[in-house]
Design a protein around this ligand. Structure first.
Ligand SMILES: Nc1ncnc2c1ncn2[C@@H]1O[C@H](COP(=O)(O)OP(=O)(O)OP(=O)(O)O)[C@@H](O)[C@H]1O
Length: 372
Protein backbone atom coordinates (compact mmCIF):
# COMPACT_ATOMS: atom_id res chain seq x y z
CA UNK A 1 0.00 0.00 0.00
CA UNK A 2 2.93 2.30 0.74
CA UNK A 3 3.81 3.51 -2.76
CA UNK A 4 0.17 3.55 -3.90
CA UNK A 5 -0.85 5.90 -1.12
CA UNK A 6 2.04 8.40 -1.26
CA UNK A 7 0.91 11.96 -1.89
CA UNK A 8 2.99 14.48 -3.84
CA UNK A 9 1.82 18.08 -3.73
CA UNK A 10 3.79 20.26 -6.13
CA UNK A 11 3.61 24.09 -6.29
CA UNK A 12 -0.06 24.08 -5.32
CA UNK A 13 -1.80 27.43 -4.99
CA UNK A 14 -5.50 28.04 -4.34
CA UNK A 15 -6.99 31.49 -4.78
CA UNK A 16 -10.47 32.51 -3.65
CA UNK A 17 -10.73 35.90 -5.33
CA UNK A 18 -7.96 37.93 -3.71
CA UNK A 19 -7.49 35.43 -0.84
CA UNK A 20 -4.45 33.17 -1.26
CA UNK A 21 -5.78 30.26 0.85
CA UNK A 22 -2.87 27.98 -0.14
CA UNK A 23 0.31 29.54 -1.48
CA UNK A 24 2.78 27.53 -3.58
CA UNK A 25 2.86 24.45 -1.34
CA UNK A 26 5.32 21.61 -1.97
CA UNK A 27 4.78 18.63 0.28
CA UNK A 28 5.30 14.87 0.17
CA UNK A 29 3.31 12.65 2.50
CA UNK A 30 4.70 9.13 2.70
CA UNK A 31 2.37 6.28 1.85
CA UNK A 32 0.99 4.62 4.98
CA UNK A 33 1.93 7.60 7.17
CA UNK A 34 -0.25 9.26 9.79
CA UNK A 35 0.03 12.93 8.85
CA UNK A 36 -1.38 15.73 11.02
CA UNK A 37 -1.86 19.22 9.59
CA UNK A 38 -1.90 21.98 12.15
CA UNK A 39 -1.98 25.78 12.12
CA UNK A 40 -4.12 28.72 13.22
CA UNK A 41 -7.67 29.18 11.99
CA UNK A 42 -7.69 30.35 8.36
CA UNK A 43 -4.15 29.15 7.51
CA UNK A 44 -5.37 26.88 4.68
CA UNK A 45 -5.48 23.39 6.24
CA UNK A 46 -9.02 22.55 5.15
CA UNK A 47 -8.46 23.96 1.67
CA UNK A 48 -5.40 21.74 1.19
CA UNK A 49 -7.32 18.72 2.51
CA UNK A 50 -10.25 19.42 0.19
CA UNK A 51 -7.92 19.71 -2.79
CA UNK A 52 -6.40 16.29 -1.96
CA UNK A 53 -9.95 14.88 -1.74
CA UNK A 54 -10.97 16.52 -5.01
CA UNK A 55 -13.66 18.76 -3.50
CA UNK A 56 -11.62 21.77 -4.66
CA UNK A 57 -9.34 22.18 -7.69
CA UNK A 58 -5.98 23.93 -7.31
CA UNK A 59 -5.65 27.27 -9.12
CA UNK A 60 -2.18 26.03 -10.12
CA UNK A 61 0.11 23.10 -9.30
CA UNK A 62 -0.41 19.33 -9.19
CA UNK A 63 -1.49 16.69 -6.68
CA UNK A 64 -0.46 13.06 -7.27
CA UNK A 65 -1.52 10.00 -5.33
CA UNK A 66 0.63 6.88 -5.73
CA UNK A 67 2.58 8.64 -8.49
CA UNK A 68 -0.57 9.29 -10.56
CA UNK A 69 -1.62 12.86 -11.30
CA UNK A 70 -5.02 13.34 -9.62
CA UNK A 71 -5.26 17.15 -9.90
CA UNK A 72 -8.42 17.09 -12.00
CA UNK A 73 -9.67 13.53 -11.35
CA UNK A 74 -13.16 13.50 -9.82
CA UNK A 75 -13.61 12.88 -6.10
CA UNK A 76 -14.93 9.33 -6.29
CA UNK A 77 -12.12 8.08 -8.53
CA UNK A 78 -8.97 9.07 -6.70
CA UNK A 79 -8.96 6.50 -3.88
CA UNK A 80 -9.56 9.06 -1.14
CA UNK A 81 -12.33 9.30 1.46
CA UNK A 82 -13.12 12.38 3.51
CA UNK A 83 -14.61 12.19 6.98
CA UNK A 84 -16.49 15.37 7.77
CA UNK A 85 -16.18 17.36 10.98
CA UNK A 86 -19.91 17.03 11.78
CA UNK A 87 -19.99 13.36 10.63
CA UNK A 88 -22.90 14.12 8.22
CA UNK A 89 -24.79 10.91 9.08
CA UNK A 90 -28.32 10.31 7.71
CA UNK A 91 -30.61 10.58 10.76
CA UNK A 92 -33.35 8.27 9.45
CA UNK A 93 -31.07 5.43 8.30
CA UNK A 94 -29.78 2.56 10.46
CA UNK A 95 -26.06 2.34 11.06
CA UNK A 96 -25.82 -0.47 8.51
CA UNK A 97 -27.56 1.64 5.86
CA UNK A 98 -25.51 4.73 6.74
CA UNK A 99 -22.28 2.80 6.32
CA UNK A 100 -23.50 1.03 3.15
CA UNK A 101 -24.73 4.24 1.55
CA UNK A 102 -21.89 4.82 -0.92
CA UNK A 103 -22.09 1.19 -2.08
CA UNK A 104 -25.81 1.68 -2.76
CA UNK A 105 -25.04 4.78 -4.83
CA UNK A 106 -22.51 2.69 -6.78
CA UNK A 107 -25.10 -0.03 -7.49
CA UNK A 108 -23.62 -2.80 -5.31
CA UNK A 109 -26.13 -5.61 -4.60
CA UNK A 110 -28.08 -5.42 -1.30
CA UNK A 111 -26.66 -8.54 0.33
CA UNK A 112 -23.07 -7.63 -0.55
CA UNK A 113 -23.40 -4.07 0.78
CA UNK A 114 -24.96 -5.32 3.99
CA UNK A 115 -22.10 -7.80 4.54
CA UNK A 116 -19.48 -5.16 3.81
CA UNK A 117 -21.19 -2.59 6.08
CA UNK A 118 -21.35 -5.12 8.93
CA UNK A 119 -17.68 -5.92 8.43
CA UNK A 120 -16.84 -2.20 8.70
CA UNK A 121 -19.06 -1.75 11.78
CA UNK A 122 -17.23 -4.69 13.33
CA UNK A 123 -13.91 -2.99 12.60
CA UNK A 124 -15.00 0.06 14.60
CA UNK A 125 -16.59 -2.16 17.30
CA UNK A 126 -20.19 -1.15 16.66
CA UNK A 127 -21.63 -4.29 15.10
CA UNK A 128 -23.88 -4.87 18.14
CA UNK A 129 -25.63 -1.54 17.41
CA UNK A 130 -26.01 -2.06 13.64
CA UNK A 131 -29.81 -1.57 13.62
CA UNK A 132 -29.89 1.66 15.62
CA UNK A 133 -30.23 5.14 14.08
CA UNK A 134 -27.55 7.83 14.74
CA UNK A 135 -29.59 9.73 17.38
CA UNK A 136 -29.44 6.62 19.57
CA UNK A 137 -25.65 6.81 19.73
CA UNK A 138 -23.12 8.79 21.79
CA UNK A 139 -20.86 11.35 20.08
CA UNK A 140 -17.93 8.94 20.07
CA UNK A 141 -20.07 6.18 18.55
CA UNK A 142 -21.36 8.51 15.83
CA UNK A 143 -17.80 9.37 15.00
CA UNK A 144 -16.96 5.68 14.62
CA UNK A 145 -19.92 5.23 12.24
CA UNK A 146 -18.62 8.12 10.16
CA UNK A 147 -15.22 6.42 10.09
CA UNK A 148 -16.74 3.10 9.00
CA UNK A 149 -18.68 4.91 6.29
CA UNK A 150 -15.53 6.56 4.97
CA UNK A 151 -13.55 3.30 5.07
CA UNK A 152 -16.12 1.16 3.23
CA UNK A 153 -14.83 2.44 -0.12
CA UNK A 154 -11.38 0.93 0.65
CA UNK A 155 -9.59 4.27 0.25
CA UNK A 156 -5.82 4.54 -0.17
CA UNK A 157 -5.98 7.82 1.72
CA UNK A 158 -8.36 8.78 4.53
CA UNK A 159 -8.81 12.52 5.10
CA UNK A 160 -10.10 13.64 8.48
CA UNK A 161 -11.14 17.25 9.07
CA UNK A 162 -10.93 17.88 12.81
CA UNK A 163 -12.39 14.46 13.58
CA UNK A 164 -12.17 14.78 17.36
CA UNK A 165 -13.25 18.39 17.87
CA UNK A 166 -16.88 17.59 18.79
CA UNK A 167 -15.89 15.16 21.54
CA UNK A 168 -15.21 15.85 25.21
CA UNK A 169 -11.65 15.53 26.49
CA UNK A 170 -12.08 11.97 27.80
CA UNK A 171 -13.58 10.65 24.56
CA UNK A 172 -11.07 12.55 22.50
CA UNK A 173 -8.19 10.73 24.15
CA UNK A 174 -9.92 7.37 23.65
CA UNK A 175 -10.76 8.03 20.00
CA UNK A 176 -7.20 9.18 19.41
CA UNK A 177 -5.99 5.71 20.38
CA UNK A 178 -8.63 4.11 18.14
CA UNK A 179 -7.67 6.22 15.14
CA UNK A 180 -4.05 5.25 15.51
CA UNK A 181 -4.97 1.57 15.95
CA UNK A 182 -7.14 1.63 12.82
CA UNK A 183 -4.46 3.34 10.78
CA UNK A 184 -1.89 0.76 11.90
CA UNK A 185 -4.24 -2.10 10.97
CA UNK A 186 -5.20 -0.70 7.58
CA UNK A 187 -1.74 0.59 6.61
CA UNK A 188 -3.26 3.42 4.52
CA UNK A 189 -2.34 7.12 4.65
CA UNK A 190 -4.32 9.19 7.16
CA UNK A 191 -4.31 13.00 6.87
CA UNK A 192 -5.83 14.55 9.95
CA UNK A 193 -6.46 18.29 10.32
CA UNK A 194 -6.33 19.46 13.92
CA UNK A 195 -6.11 22.62 16.01
CA UNK A 196 -4.61 20.78 18.96
CA UNK A 197 -0.83 20.54 19.32
CA UNK A 198 -0.75 17.54 21.72
CA UNK A 199 -3.08 15.66 19.33
CA UNK A 200 -0.72 16.23 16.39
CA UNK A 201 2.36 15.28 18.40
CA UNK A 202 0.73 12.13 19.81
CA UNK A 203 -0.74 10.76 16.60
CA UNK A 204 1.43 11.76 13.70
CA UNK A 205 4.39 10.21 11.94
CA UNK A 206 4.58 13.52 10.08
CA UNK A 207 3.41 16.90 11.40
CA UNK A 208 2.75 19.66 8.85
CA UNK A 209 2.71 23.13 10.45
CA UNK A 210 1.00 25.74 8.26
CA UNK A 211 0.79 29.53 8.42
CA UNK A 212 -0.86 31.96 5.96
CA UNK A 213 -1.25 29.34 3.23
CA UNK A 214 2.33 28.03 3.38
CA UNK A 215 3.95 25.01 4.99
CA UNK A 216 6.30 26.36 7.65
CA UNK A 217 7.72 22.95 8.57
CA UNK A 218 6.91 19.31 7.82
CA UNK A 219 8.77 16.76 9.93
CA UNK A 220 8.45 14.09 12.60
CA UNK A 221 6.74 15.20 15.83
CA UNK A 222 10.05 14.96 17.70
CA UNK A 223 11.81 17.24 15.22
CA UNK A 224 8.92 19.71 15.22
CA UNK A 225 8.86 19.88 19.01
CA UNK A 226 12.57 19.63 19.71
CA UNK A 227 14.06 21.37 16.68
CA UNK A 228 11.45 23.83 15.37
CA UNK A 229 12.53 25.54 12.18
CA UNK A 230 11.36 29.09 12.87
CA UNK A 231 10.18 31.36 15.70
CA UNK A 232 6.64 30.78 14.42
CA UNK A 233 6.83 26.96 14.75
CA UNK A 234 8.56 27.22 18.14
CA UNK A 235 5.81 29.50 19.48
CA UNK A 236 2.91 27.70 17.85
CA UNK A 237 3.88 24.21 18.97
CA UNK A 238 4.81 25.41 22.48
CA UNK A 239 7.41 23.83 24.73
CA UNK A 240 10.03 26.44 23.78
CA UNK A 241 10.95 30.00 24.72
CA UNK A 242 11.95 32.18 21.78
CA UNK A 243 14.84 34.60 22.40
CA UNK A 244 16.43 37.25 20.22
CA UNK A 245 19.85 38.89 20.31
CA UNK A 246 22.62 40.48 18.30
CA UNK A 247 25.55 38.44 17.02
CA UNK A 248 28.77 39.46 18.86
CA UNK A 249 31.10 36.96 17.23
CA UNK A 250 30.62 34.23 14.66
CA UNK A 251 32.89 31.44 13.46
CA UNK A 252 33.31 27.72 12.94
CA UNK A 253 33.59 27.21 16.72
CA UNK A 254 30.19 28.81 17.36
CA UNK A 255 28.21 32.04 17.57
CA UNK A 256 27.99 34.33 20.58
CA UNK A 257 24.77 36.33 20.79
CA UNK A 258 24.03 39.19 23.19
CA UNK A 259 20.52 39.99 24.34
CA UNK A 260 19.26 43.54 25.03
CA UNK A 261 19.82 43.05 28.77
CA UNK A 262 23.49 42.18 28.22
CA UNK A 263 23.42 38.39 28.71
CA UNK A 264 25.51 36.24 26.36
CA UNK A 265 24.39 33.03 24.66
CA UNK A 266 26.63 30.35 23.14
CA UNK A 267 24.98 29.09 19.95
CA UNK A 268 26.24 26.60 17.37
CA UNK A 269 27.81 28.07 14.19
CA UNK A 270 25.30 29.99 12.04
CA UNK A 271 26.13 29.90 8.34
CA UNK A 272 26.83 33.37 6.97
CA UNK A 273 26.29 35.15 10.32
CA UNK A 274 28.34 38.26 11.06
CA UNK A 275 28.59 40.61 14.06
CA UNK A 276 25.59 42.94 14.28
CA UNK A 277 23.12 40.46 12.71
CA UNK A 278 19.94 39.61 14.59
CA UNK A 279 19.73 35.98 15.72
CA UNK A 280 16.65 34.12 16.94
CA UNK A 281 16.99 30.99 18.99
CA UNK A 282 14.88 28.86 21.30
CA UNK A 283 15.33 27.16 24.63
CA UNK A 284 13.24 24.20 25.76
CA UNK A 285 11.11 25.08 28.76
CA UNK A 286 11.91 21.81 30.52
CA UNK A 287 15.70 22.18 30.20
CA UNK A 288 16.01 25.26 32.44
CA UNK A 289 17.04 25.59 36.08
CA UNK A 290 16.19 28.48 38.36
CA UNK A 291 18.10 29.89 41.29
CA UNK A 292 18.10 32.96 43.54
CA UNK A 293 21.70 33.86 42.79
CA UNK A 294 23.02 35.48 39.63
CA UNK A 295 25.19 33.25 37.44
CA UNK A 296 28.01 34.24 35.10
CA UNK A 297 25.75 36.07 32.63
CA UNK A 298 25.94 33.32 29.98
CA UNK A 299 22.97 31.24 28.76
CA UNK A 300 20.66 32.71 31.35
CA UNK A 301 18.01 35.35 31.93
CA UNK A 302 16.55 37.11 34.95
CA UNK A 303 12.88 37.54 35.62
CA UNK A 304 10.06 38.08 38.05
CA UNK A 305 7.65 35.23 38.73
CA UNK A 306 4.21 36.28 37.43
CA UNK A 307 2.36 32.96 37.56
CA UNK A 308 2.78 29.49 39.04
CA UNK A 309 0.72 26.52 37.86
CA UNK A 310 0.92 23.01 39.29
CA UNK A 311 0.56 20.58 36.37
CA UNK A 312 0.82 17.22 38.14
CA UNK A 313 4.15 15.94 36.90
CA UNK A 314 5.75 19.38 36.72
CA UNK A 315 5.30 22.99 37.82
CA UNK A 316 4.92 25.73 35.21
CA UNK A 317 6.51 29.03 36.16
CA UNK A 318 5.90 32.15 34.07
CA UNK A 319 8.57 34.85 34.30
CA UNK A 320 8.48 38.45 33.12
CA UNK A 321 11.93 39.14 31.71
CA UNK A 322 11.63 42.51 30.03
CA UNK A 323 10.92 41.10 26.56
CA UNK A 324 7.39 41.29 25.20
CA UNK A 325 6.68 37.59 25.69
CA UNK A 326 6.57 35.53 28.88
CA UNK A 327 9.46 33.21 29.58
CA UNK A 328 8.17 29.83 30.74
CA UNK A 329 10.02 27.26 32.83
CA UNK A 330 8.82 23.71 33.49
CA UNK A 331 10.31 22.41 36.72
CA UNK A 332 10.25 18.87 37.99
CA UNK A 333 7.78 18.96 40.90
CA UNK A 334 10.27 17.51 43.45
CA UNK A 335 12.90 20.09 42.47
CA UNK A 336 10.34 22.90 42.64
CA UNK A 337 8.92 21.96 46.04
CA UNK A 338 12.45 21.68 47.49
CA UNK A 339 12.65 25.48 46.99
CA UNK A 340 9.18 26.82 46.13
CA UNK A 341 8.69 30.34 44.75
CA UNK A 342 6.00 33.00 45.14
CA UNK A 343 4.56 35.43 42.60
CA UNK A 344 6.75 38.55 42.68
CA UNK A 345 10.01 36.68 43.47
CA UNK A 346 13.03 37.61 41.35
CA UNK A 347 14.79 34.52 39.95
CA UNK A 348 17.66 33.63 37.64
CA UNK A 349 16.95 31.07 34.94
CA UNK A 350 19.91 29.29 33.33
CA UNK A 351 20.59 26.37 31.02
CA UNK A 352 23.38 24.44 29.34
CA UNK A 353 24.73 25.94 26.07
CA UNK A 354 23.64 22.83 24.14
CA UNK A 355 19.98 23.72 24.90
CA UNK A 356 20.23 26.83 22.65
CA UNK A 357 18.60 25.98 19.32
CA UNK A 358 18.98 28.26 16.29
CA UNK A 359 15.80 29.42 14.54
CA UNK A 360 15.62 30.77 11.02
CA UNK A 361 13.04 33.06 9.46
CA UNK A 362 11.60 36.35 10.59
CA UNK A 363 10.72 36.86 14.21
CA UNK A 364 7.45 38.59 13.46
CA UNK A 365 4.80 35.87 13.62
CA UNK A 366 3.22 35.20 16.96
CA UNK A 367 1.77 31.77 16.26
CA UNK A 368 -1.60 32.92 17.53
CA UNK A 369 -4.88 32.77 15.55
CA UNK A 370 -5.36 35.59 13.07
CA UNK A 371 -7.99 37.11 10.85
CA UNK A 372 -7.55 37.95 7.18
N1 LIG B 1 -15.06 28.94 -0.44
C1 LIG B 1 -14.29 29.96 -0.05
N2 LIG B 1 -14.46 31.19 -0.57
C2 LIG B 1 -13.69 32.23 -0.19
N3 LIG B 1 -12.69 32.13 0.73
C3 LIG B 1 -12.47 30.94 1.29
C4 LIG B 1 -13.28 29.79 0.95
N4 LIG B 1 -12.82 28.73 1.67
C5 LIG B 1 -11.81 29.20 2.43
N5 LIG B 1 -11.61 30.51 2.22
C6 LIG B 1 -10.57 31.36 2.85
O1 LIG B 1 -9.32 30.72 2.65
C7 LIG B 1 -8.50 30.81 3.81
C8 LIG B 1 -8.14 29.41 4.28
O2 LIG B 1 -9.30 28.75 4.76
P1 LIG B 1 -9.29 27.28 5.34
O3 LIG B 1 -10.70 26.88 5.63
O4 LIG B 1 -8.52 26.40 4.44
O5 LIG B 1 -8.47 27.47 6.70
P2 LIG B 1 -8.30 26.47 7.90
O6 LIG B 1 -6.85 26.53 8.26
O7 LIG B 1 -8.84 25.14 7.59
O8 LIG B 1 -9.16 27.19 9.02
P3 LIG B 1 -10.01 26.53 10.24
O9 LIG B 1 -8.98 25.93 11.15
O10 LIG B 1 -10.69 27.73 10.84
O11 LIG B 1 -10.95 25.53 9.65
C9 LIG B 1 -9.31 31.63 4.81
O12 LIG B 1 -8.89 32.96 4.69
C10 LIG B 1 -10.73 31.47 4.35
O13 LIG B 1 -11.51 32.57 4.72
Amino acid sequence: MTEQSRIDIRSVTKLYGAVRAVNDVDLTIDGGAYCCMIGPSGCGKTTLLRMIAGHETPTSGTISIGGEDMTTVRTGSRGTALMFQNYALFPHLSLTDNVAFSLRVNGVAASERRDKAREMLDRVQLLHLADRVPSELSGGQQQRVALARALITNPKVLLLDEPLSALDEFLRLRMRVELKRLQNQLGITFIHVTHTQPEAIALADQVVVMDHGVVEQAASPRTIYNRPHSPYVARFMGGQNVLTGTVQSAGAEGTVVESKDGNLYDLPPIEGAKPGDTANFSVRRDRIQISDTKGDGRNCTEGTVVNIEYQGTFVKLALETGTREEFIVYLDDDAYYAAPKAVGDKVHASWAPKVNHILVGANNSTGTPYED
